[in-house]
Design a protein around this ligand. Structure first.
Ligand SMILES: [Zn+2]
Length: 64
């Protein structure tokens, strides 16, 4: 599930794992379309690499 939200300006994206083990990605809608695409790919890479299983701190917001 990907949502585009008005996040704080310095935040590019956030990925949150819900109680069912699904990942919800939030991308800052203030970014340009190109930056949104990059931020989304960045978040998807974390999920593919299973980064969140090894480092819970990665669940923190991605700052630009
Ligand atoms: Zn990251």
């Amino acid at each position: 599930m990907v949502r585009y939200l008005d996040l704080p300006t310095r935040t590019r994206g956030v990925t949150v794992e819900d109680d069912n083990g699904f990942f919800n990605i939030y991308i800052n809608s203030k970014l340009s379309v190109e930056m949104q695409k990059e931020a989304l790919e960045h978040e998807l890479r974390h999920i593919q690499r299973n980064d969140f299983a090894t480092d819970v701190s990665l669940l923190a917001a991605e700052l630009s």
